[in-house]
Design a protein around this ligand. Structure first.
Ligand code: ATP
Ligand code: ZN
Length: 299
């Protein structure tokens, strides 16, 4: 393998895979990859994708085997705390961008009717989790005195198997908890997928490519909600009209033939626009309002 190419560790198959590949494609990366290959090659940029289990992604970046990784914040933080609480620390990677997929939370859950809602009353009890480092760190910071036992899968079975009194696990809809007669308690982490980047120094060319990709990722995230808005507006109302539009920079104002009072006003709005906003604009004297999606953006 060519060592000048930049390796990105991504999940091979799971909740993050499709979103991750679609994000990289939106950044302009053309990937050549057949189904069972563990490596995908970037055809038009010097990036190669390593398809691995999500749990392995932070370790690959930590060990400089991959320069970048896309993984749940939960996994990245678990590894970071593990490293930093051992002699190895500090971690050799940082989280550079929060993405808009992989939303979940790491929450405590306790058996229905156990009366365990208040963590402060659970000294000496045992919590089962797949995130022993995050949970231990939280328990010690809060001084809760709860014991932690590591469970790799099916954590929600631990209380009924008699292995733990409560659990701390990832929740998205809460359906799995309900099915196991568990109630959700305190959330300790709100997680999304994140980009992690090795802190190891690399040569200028690689550094430029990495920065370019991160910048494009941020551009893709911004574009999602952004709209380009065009309208005719009374010159006297320009300020009150732009105040109605969330996240705009200075508008472009274009004179119209044959009138001095009315101008054409164009703005990029970085948040979604609702019908109510258009109605408010109209009430301020705007007319011929057009809202157009933005395809690409580089700030
Ligand atoms: P792998 O085979 O790669 O180890 P996995 O089964 O550990 O896969 P997935 O279930 O695909 O992992 O979840 C990957 C990530 O998606 C999680 O680490 C988390 O960041 C995020 N995620 C989003 N919603 C949920 C959820 N409801 N339950 C678990 N993880 C979720
Ligand atoms: Zn996993």
């Amino acid at each position: 393998m060519d060592n000048n190419r930049i390796k990105i560790a991504i999940q091979k198959s799971g909740r993050l895979t499709e979103h991750t590949i679609s994000l990289l494609k939106k950044c302009g990366l053309v990937i050549s990859h057949t189904k069972n290959q563990l490596i995908g090659y970037g055809e038009n940029m010097p990036f190669d994708l390593m398809f691995v289990r999500d749990d392995d992604i932070p370790g690959l970046v930590q060990d400089n085997l991959c320069m970048l990784g896309i993984v749940g914040m939960n996994e990245a933080l678990e590894k970071k705390i593990e490293i930093e609480s051992s002699k190895e620390g500090p971690a050799n990677f940082e989280m550079v961008s929060n993405l808009d997929f992989g939303q979940c939370k790491l929450s405590f859950a306790y058996p229905d009717n156990s009366g365990y809602e208040n963590l402060k009353n659970l000294k000496g009890k045992t919590v089962a989790t797949s995130y022993p480092n995050i949970v231990t760190d939280y328990i010690s910071k809060e001084g809760l005195g709860i014991n932690v036992t590591q469970f790799s899968g099916a954590v929600e079975l631990a209380p009924s198997l008699g292995k733990a009194d409560l659990i701390c696990d990832l929740v998205s809809s809460g359906q799995t908890l309900k099915a196991h007669n568990l109630s959700e308690g305190q959330t300790i982490l709100e997680s999304t997928a994140v980009v992690i980047k090795s802190l190891q120094a690399v040569d200028r060319i690689q550094e430029n490519w990495v920065n370019k990709l991160i910048e494009r990722i941020q551009g893709v995230l911004q574009v999602k909600e952004s709209k380009y808005i065009m309208m005719h507006a009374p010159r006297a109302s320009i300020d009150s009209i732009t105040n109605l539009l969330p996240g705009t920079e200075s508008p472009t104002i274009i004179p119209l033939e044959g009138t001095n009072e009315i101008v054409a006003l164009h703005v990029v709005c970085k948040e979604n626009i609702f019908w109510e906003t258009l109605e408010d604009l109209k009430a301020k004297g705007a007319s011929s309002i057009l809202v157009v999606p933005v395809e690409k953006m580089l700030m």
